[in-house]
Design a protein around this ligand. Structure first.
Ligand code: PGA
Length: 256
């Protein structure tokens, strides 16, 4: 795992945007795994400002709420349209987000997995992390081999996400999320985490044992993960000085 610690979230976001831009320039028909949440908003603003060519890219989003329409202002369909897709030249036919209104959820999940495979797999998967260590909406005790499926949110995640809804009670209980096994098959994962409320989850994910109690810790099994942190999110990392030192010593060809 490569851990990049920057003084601010803005600085870390800029480097993450450069990594994404490089992927897009090197492989114009790349398959991107996209994420939602407050952490991603500044990243999408950076990417929009870079005026990249999205016309040949294919995207798969990690997750979506079950039971709210794609038109609902808090659906992840709406989030993606508003923050990114309406502002870049993406071919909307190449955009994939789980269907939160699917009548047959298991069939829709299996179909989502098939579409990822048919597209050739995900080249670069963006990830946020929940305060409980979830990636996608894989809450603690999710199988580390899980595939796209229905999950029930923890009360904490519903509380964390209530800020986006008019009333806390409106936050759905269920979601469709790519599984941890699905995420681990992507060729490169980029995880972004900022702020002190992510510090514990990040320390467990990077330096703790691999455990379903912190789903992000499964990324230790992945051969290529880049983690972008600000100082606050890095505060509980025991080896943070080493990670800084590694970043400073990077040979030119490895720099983003
Ligand atoms: P956030 O959510 O970016 O809004 O903090 C991250 C997540 O829950 O994965």
């Amino acid at each position: 795992m490569e851990i990049i610690i920057q003084p601010t979230a803005e600085a870390a976001t800029k480097i993450a945007a450069r990594l994404m831009a490089r992927t897009i320039r090197e492989k114009p028909a790349a398959v991107l795994g996209l994420a939602t949440g407050g952490t991603m908003e500044p990243l999408y603003r950076e990417l929009v400002a870079m005026k990249l060519d999205w016309s040949k890219l294919t995207t798969f989003n990690l997750d979506e709420y079950i039971g709210i329409s794609p038109m609902h202002p808090q659906s992840y369909h709406s989030f993606m349209c508003e923050k990114l897709f309406s502002k870049v030249n993406i071919n909307i036919g190449n955009v994939h987000i789980p269907d939160g209104l699917a009548k047959d959820v298991p069939a829709a999940c299996a179909h989502y997995e098939e579409k990822i495979s048919a597209a050739g797999g995900i080249d670069l998967q963006l990830l946020g992390i929940g305060t409980d260590g979830h990636i996608g909406f894989n809450e603690p005790t999710s199988s580390l081999a899980s595939r796209t499926r229905i999950k029930t949110l923890t009360p904490q995640t519903r509380k964390d996400n209530a800020r986006y809804f008019e009333r806390a009670g409106e936050v759905p209980f269920h979601v469709i999320t790519m599984g941890i096994g699905t995420i681990l098959e992507s060729r490169h994962c980029a995880l972004l985490a900022f702020g002190k409320n992510k510090a514990r989850a990040m320390a467990e994910a990077v330096e703790g044992p691999i455990t379903s109690m912190n789903p992000a810790s499964a990324l230790q099994l992945h051969p290529k993960v880049t983690v972008f942190l600000d100082e606050e999110a890095a505060v509980e990392l025991k080896m943070k000085d080493y990670y800084r030192w590694v970043f400073e010593q990077k040979p030119d060809w490895q720099k983003v």
